[in-house]
Design a protein. Structure first.
Length: 130
């Protein structure tokens, strides 16, 4: 089965809907496990501040920040495919976080793999733009 770029792009948006719900506290009990299901077991990332972050760290980040940003709004735009083959896609996108305290914008690069018929995020690199 060939990985479909539209599904990869949709995963960016659906993940960030869940992230916004979790951080704002407007989530249901199943939203955190649904979010974690997007990540491959070997997932790792480099955060916008340059720190290497494991899947365990990511799980803790989401679990510990539930409801801590009640006014957050996340917008995703400017999605671009950098590389794609049958089972892997590398894409970039811009992510804008708006809160009463200000706006953070970052450019991200994600590697998404099709593993056992599921599209899973394997790697993420974030860079602050503002």
């Amino acid at each position: 089965m060939s990985l479909v770029k539209e599904k990869a792009i949709e995963s960016i948006h659906s993940m960030h809907v869940l992230i916004e719900k979790i951080f704002s506290g407007k989530h249901s009990e199943q939203d955190l496990p649904l979010l974690i299901d997007y990540f491959a077991d070997h997932f790792e990332m480099v955060g916008a501040a340059g720190k290497r972050i494991s899947l365990q760290d990511v799980k803790g980040l989401f679990a510990n920040n539930q409801g801590k940003m009640p006014d957050i709004q996340i917008e995703i735009y400017d999605e671009q495919i950098l590389m794609q083959n049958e089972n892997v896609i590398v894409l970039t996108y811009t992510e804008k976080h708006t809160k009463t305290s200000g706006i953070l914008i970052r450019r991200s690069c994600a590697l998404i793999e099709e593993i056992q018929g599921k599209m899973l995020w394997s790697y993420l690199q974030e860079t602050f733009l503002s």
